[in-house]
Write a protein of this length. Structure first.
Length: 125
């Protein structure tokens, strides 16, 4: 099993990077294309989407630590998970799956498919 005794920021980076590549793969799975993201683009995404409160410099430092631990690789300005990093991402994703599934069900407004107990009441605020 992958060792995930890393900081919360490092786990976030692994999860975010893994999800980015999962989505890229899904979009291009029927094409002979491979998508990559640069370190700068990843950090821009993370800060602009407000998915982290870390500063850009802190994210760069965390990426450097993950690179030294051979969890991410940075080659030709392309940021990627190593095989060790992919294993760790899969473990994090597996642990978060129930939370992500609930969030997706609620977000999709499809809760009635799963339960008929949800009610709305007119509020007189």
């Amino acid at each position: 099993m992958a060792d995930i005794n890393h900081s919360r920021a490092q786990k976030f980076i692994l999860f975010a990077l893994g999800r980015i590549y999962t989505e890229f793969s899904r979009q291009f799975n029927d094409k002979p294309l491979e998508a990559f993201i640069s370190k700068a683009s990843f950090i821009e995404l993370a800060t602009k989407a407000h998915i982290t409160t870390k500063t850009e410099r802190t994210l760069y430092r965390q990426l450097e630590i993950l690179e030294k631990k051979k969890i991410v690789s940075y080659d030709n300005k392309n940021l990627a998970l190593t095989p060790k990093g992919k294993k760790m991402f899969e473990k994090i994703e597996h642990d978060l799956a129930p939370y992500l599934n609930v969030a997706e069900i609620i977000k999709s407004n499809d809760m009635r498919r799963f339960t008929k107990k949800v009610q709305t009441v007119l509020s007189l605020k």
